[in-house]
Each structure stands twice: as C-alpha cells, then as structure tokens.
Write a protein that binds this ligand. Structure first.
Ligand code: KIV
Ligand code: ZN
Length: 508
C-alpha cells in the first residue's frame, strides 16, 4: 500500500489572506462543510487572535465540524495560543498551529531577536500549547531561506517540547523544486527524532512553483502538504490543492503515494470558492479552469471522439465535472433534482434544496432545457444566501438606439414597497441609478462583469459585482435569463451583503 499524504487545507486562513477574498461566517462554515465532503485531513479555520470575527468562525467550525481536524493559527505567544485554544477547545480533534520565523532576515528585521531567543520562544510556546492538546503543529516561518542547521536545531527541540507536526514553509515562494526537495531530505537526515513527527510543507506561488515544490518535498519524505482550493492565498497564492491531488492521483505510478481526497468533489469545491470570494478561476487553470477539458483543434476533437485518452490524461468525471448534461425539464420533480445535484457533487440541506427547486421551476417555465451548469449556478446563488433587506419586485427598462435609457424599479425595503425611476448611460446604468436612489446607498461600484452560463441567446446571464462602502468590500451575484434583471439582482445582492455584515459587526 502506498504511503498517505495528509492534506491540510488552509483556504479559510491563508486563502482568505488573498487580497479581496474575505469571507463571512456563513460562507466560511459552508466551505468547511465542503472540505469535509472533500475528505481533507485538516481544516485550518482561521487565526483566532486576528479579529473577533475570525475567532467566532474558528469556534463555530471547531464546535460543529466532524470528520476533519480543525486547526487555528497562533503566533508564538501565550495570548495567541490561549485565544486559539479558546476557539478550538470543543472540537473533535483540534490542532494548535503555532509559528515563528527562523530566517536571519526575519529574525533581525521583523522579530528583532537572535537565534537563542527564537529557539527558546519556540520551545516555550510549543510546551505551552501542548498543555492543551497533543495535536500541536510548529511552523518555521521563512524556513526555505533559513540556515538549515538552525531549522534542524529548532525542529529537534520543538519535537521534544511536544510538537507532532513540523511545517517547513517556503513563505516567500523563493525555492526551486530540486533545492526544496534537498532541504526536506536534509531535515530527515539531520534531525534525530524526526520520526516522531509528521513533516509538512507550505509553499507559496510567487514564482509559479508551489505545486512543483510540494511534489519535490513529497518525493523526499514530506507527508503533509498545506494547500488551498484554486491556489488562493497571500500574494500569488499557495499550492493549489486540486493540482497537487490530481497529480498524485494521475501519476501514482511515479509518486507512489496517495491522498484520501474524494476527487469527485473538486470541481464543486472550486466553484464554491470562486463564488464565495468573487475570484474567478482563469480559464486555462489546470484541473478546474473552464478550458481544462476543452478540445479546440479539430485533430484533438477527432482524437478524443475516437478514444478519450488520446488527449485526456484525466477523466473529467474524476473531478466531478458533469458539463453539458441535460438535467431535467419543466415536469421534473424535487426528487429528480435532488438526485441530479448529488451526482454533481453537491450536498444540499432540505431548506437549500427547496430554494434551488423554486428557482429551477421558475427557469423551467421560460426555458425548455436546463443543463447542469444552470443548476450549478442556481446552487451557488442560493448556497450563499443572504437575508434580503432589499428585494426586487419588478424592473422595467426602456432602451435602444433612439431612446434615452430609462429604468423603473420597484423594491420591497424591510417589508415596504417603494418605486423609483432613473435615466442612465445605458439600461444597466439607469437600473443602478434607480436602485441607488431607492436604497440611499453611498457605496461605490468597483467592478462589474457579465457572462452567460451556457451558450445560446436563451442562456442565463450571470453578473458579478464588487462594491465598497466605508472600507468594506463585498461581492454580489445575480442570475437571470434577462441580463438587466441579473445586473439589478447582483447589485441588490451586494447591498444586502453590506447590510448583513454591518448587522453582524454591530452584534459583536
Ligand atoms: O507562509 C507562511 O509561512 C505561513 C505560516 C504561518 C505557515 O502562512
Ligand atoms: Zn502562507
């Protein structure tokens, strides 16, 4: 039997450090549930001391998630570790993940500490954390640029102090695969008690080498990899989980290791992350990009039709891709929809299914055929459902080459119907002006994009907006066969999100 690689997912922590990728509690919890379906080994749920919101998210995930270890990040300080433990303590198998930099550059300029002080603090902090749990991870921040003998000294000492996982991060994404692999081999050769702990790596993607470096580390003995869905993370991101896991699966002949990830959940998980964060995946991204399994040239198409493996090294269904399937029609019932969503890799609560079913029926009234992509878009829209303070009742626009674009909007605002109209540069601008007047929002529109879910003029329009109010940036989604309506819904969804976050902040 091949050896197992433990998958430590840090989408909720390092992934959230990606500029513009912040998630609220409801979204983080939804993602944690998805990570359980993926069957990752560890979910790093956040950095509890960073904010009250982060603390509450880690606590909620630790309290409720079963089937994966939940980790919380803490600097090497008693206050951080206390806070992390407070958030984690009711978890099934909680892990305290504490870190301290070991490179000369970090020690001198950032920590203003010498080696002896760093060593002593690392030992004390791990000992302190180990009083709470036997599941303690220690990370040597900027390890790949650190003196290797010093890292060996620190790792040997923190194992004695109670660390059970030792993480060797390439914090700045500076390493090269051969060099990084050699450093892992060096650790294994030079730390006498290394067999008492799991050796982990955490690679950043500044030079586009995070996955390659993680694989080199595995080949040299690392047995945990820290990664994120879609490679989200600080700056250029972290090791992309889907790329790592599918490489291990596809090239098991060479790598002779395995993960326990249920790969069929990869595609839905990737969609969920991009929907929640508003960060779309580039079309040519390996594994989860829209073109990852698209064959454009005639020669390739012909080859795949004759024998799929001529140009495909993975089966799209291995990542849960069910593209292009005709789902159901107008007469399909709730059970048929439930079955289909399960085949597509989604696990919906009864309440979510009910909402998705209503939307599905509405769409089926205007469209004869509904595809997996349509259902998936509705699921995404409903899964991250935000309470609606502003609800769209109706929207009418007048536009054309000879007309001044005008929009008339009727909203229900906290139960009261209000109507307003505005003119604009185009019909979407007019709609947004009317909504802004009715809601009195002072928010700024930062980004607007529209795409279609499937091909054809009857496709659903999918609108994504990013809006900002008082330093808070949120995304909004709108889905409708009418793109102006989809645009209006996206704006309202963003405004509802702002209200929701404001209310959540006031509760604290
Ligand atoms: O990049 C890094 O070094 C980190 C540590 C906290 C593990 O994110
Ligand atoms: Zn990191």
């Amino acid at each position: 039997m091949s050896e197992k690689i433990f998958i430590f997912d840090t989408t909720l922590r390092d992934g959230e450090q990606s500029p513009g990728a912040s998630m609220n509690m409801q979204e983080k919890f939804r993602l944690a549930q998805q990570l359980v379906l993926l069957n990752v080994d560890v979910i790093e749920a956040g950095f509890p001391i960073a904010s009250v919101g982060d603390f509450e998210c880690v606590r909620k995930i630790a309290d409720n998630i079963k089937g994966a270890q939940v980790a919380g990040l803490a600097r090497c300080s008693k206050k951080d570790i206390d806070r992390a433990w407070e958030a984690l303590k009711n978890g099934e198998n909680p892990r305290i993940h504490t870190f301290l930099a070991t490179s000369e550059i970090h020690m001198r300029h950032k920590l203003k500490m010498d080696r002896a002080q760093v060593l002593a603090l690392a030992i004390d902090s791990v000992k302190y954390a180990a009083q709470f749990t036997s599941n303690v991870e220690f990370s040597a921040e900027d390890a790949s640029r650190s003196d290797m003998d010093f890292v060996c000294q620190v790792f040997e000492a923190v194992i004695k102090a109670g660390a059970t996982t030792l993480n060797f991060p390439d914090t700045t994404g500076y390493a090269l695969p051969d060099e990084f692999g050699a450093k892992i081999a060096y650790l294994i050769e030079n730390i006498p008690n290394i067999h008492k702990a799991v050796l982990s790596v955490h690679c950043h993607n500044d030079l586009g080498l995070a996955v390659a470096n993680s694989l080199a580390a595995i080949s040299n003995g690392a047995r945990q990899v820290e990664c994120t869905i879609n490679g989200l993370g600080e700056r250029a991101g972290n090791t992309a989980m889907e790329e790592l896991v599918m490489t291990i699966r596809t090239r098991a002949d060479q790598l002779t290791v395995h993960t326990d990830v249920v790969t069929e959940h990869i595609h839905p998980s990737s969609r969920l992350v991009s929907t929640i964060t508003g960060m779309p995946v580039q079309p040519n991204k390996a594994i989860v990009g829209a073109n990852a399994f698209a064959h454009e040239s005639g020669i390739h198409q012909d080859g795949v039709l004759k024998e799929r493996t001529t140009y495909e090294i993975m089966n799209p269904s291995d990542i849960g891709l069910t593209k292009g399937n005709l789902v159901l029609g107008k007469h399909s019932g709730r059970h048929a929809l439930k079955d289909r969503t399960e085949v597509m890799g989604y696990s919906l609560s009864n309440e979510e299914l009910a909402r998705v079913f209503t939307r599905f029926k509405n769409l089926a009234d205007v469209r004869k055929e509904i595809f997996d992509e349509d259902v998936e878009a509705i699921i995404m829209d409903e899964i991250i459902h935000i309470p609606e303070v502003y609800e769209l009742i109706s929207l009418g626009v007048m536009s054309g080459s000879m007309k001044l674009p005008t929009a008339a909007v009727r909203l229900k605002i906290e139960g009261v119907e209000k109507e307003g109209a505005a003119i604009g540069v185009g019909p979407i601008d007019a709609t947004y002006q009317a909504i802004a007047k009715l809601t009195g929002t002072s928010s700024k529109l930062l980004f607007f994009s529209v795409s279609s879910i499937t091909g054809g003029t009857d496709a659903q329009g999918d609108v994504l907006v990013r809006i900002e109010d008082n330093g808070r940036v949120v995304i909004g989604y709108g889905l409708d066969p009418d793109i102006i309506t989809a645009a209006g819904k996206a704006y309202l969804n963003g405004l509802n999100r702002l209200v929701y976050l404001q209310k959540e902040a006031e509760k604290k």
